[in-house]
Design a protein around this ligand. Structure first.
Ligand SMILES: [Zn+2]
Ligand SMILES: [Zn+2]
Length: 319
């Protein structure tokens, strides 16, 4: 049974998406992969990073709170989740719309600032997820690996940290994305510097705001990052968990994907995950008028002003 599932084809996927997922040799990028592999952190190093990131909540709480800190946390949360949902997911993983090279890089930088590694790595992992959803080859399936492993534990497997550029030949042609993928920590580092500078400026210029460099880094980076990493990880874990409260499967896809209405707002629309597995190549994931999909709404707004174009929409006959 397990073996059959692991090798099963994915009849729920559209042909367009299967075309995107085709695995091709990419020998000219072997040196890049080796370079990335050479700097891959160890499992112990990753466990320490996760523990340190969560332990930072204690000193973060000691910096106090202010309205400015809460607004900063909200802005960095929404902006970076958008970098993941519109950039890493709908653009780099699925090519669900088109945009300029400059805006694609801006989205990649925003996504990388979320601490979810580089855009090529993320898209490669995700394309593999669609091809192997809820089989033993799916690295973050709760069906086979348990809820904790599906949520975050899979990232502790060193093997999963190599960027499989053969999965993303369409994007691996761009040197700026290869660079960012390798030096992805530059993005969160830049965010920390900006937050510290803003907090220091406001502390001097407007003491009534009762904020500081440390407080804005604590709220705008530490707390915001933990929130967005856990919320977006819920799409891997809870949105593939059979029987989850509030879950629904309007489409009989060949996996356990669920729509979870109460996750739709914090994930900016990514929690209509059964919809997404039904039609993975489209830019819209909330198919009904009441299925809140803020990422798609923002993409529509960006299309109006010409920043993105050719948004792929669901075929009505398939809804
Ligand atoms: Zn999925
Ligand atoms: Zn997807």
């Amino acid at each position: 049974m397990t073996k059959d599932l692991a090798t099963a084809k994915r009849p729920g996927s559209s042909q367009e998406h299967q075309d995107l997922c085709v695995t091709t040799a990419w020998p000219t990028l072997i040196d890049v992969e080796q370079a990335a592999g050479a700097s891959t952190p160890t499992k112990r190093g990753l466990v320490m990073r996760l523990l340190v990131l969560h332990a930072l909540l204690i000193p973060a709480a000691l910096t106090g709170v202010s309205e400015t800190a809460i607004v900063t946390a909200a802005v960095t949360y929404v902006a970076r989740v958008f970098g993941i949902t519109a950039g890493y997911h709908r653009l780099f993983s699925h090519q669900a719309y088109k945009t300029s090279r400059a805006f694609a890089f801006a989205l990649a930088w925003l996504g990388a600032s979320s601490g979810q590694r580089g855009p090529l790595w993320w898209a490669a992992v995700h394309r593999r997820h669609h091809r192997t959803s809820d089989t033993t080859d799916d690295v973050h399936s709760p069906r086979f690996h348990g809820l904790f492993f599906a949520h975050m534990g899979w990232i502790l497997d060193k093997e999963q940290l190599k960027t499989r550029t053969e999965e993303v030949p369409d994007w691996a042609k761009r040197p700026e994305l290869l660079w960012l993928d390798r030096f992805h920590l530059a993005a969160p580092a830049s965010l920390i510097i900006v937050l510290a500078a803003l907090g220091a400026f406001l502390e001097q210029a407007s003491p009534a705001l009762q904020t500081s460099a440390l407080q804005l880094v604590a709220w705008g980076f530490v707390i915001s990052t933990l929130a967005e990493i856990h919320v977006t990880s819920c799409v891997n874990s809870l949105a593939h968990l059979a029987g989850i409260p509030g879950g629904a499967r309007p489409y009989d896809t060949d996996d356990d994907s669920q729509n979870i209405w109460w996750l739709a707002l914090p994930t900016l629309g990514e929690a209509w995950h059964n919809n997404h597995h039904h039609l993975p190549g489209v830019a819209r994931q909330g198919f009904r008028w009441w299925q809140l999909d803020l990422t798609y709404a923002a993409l529509r707004a960006l299309a109006v002003v010409g920043i993105v174009w050719d948004l792929r929409v669901p075929d009505r006959a398939k809804l």
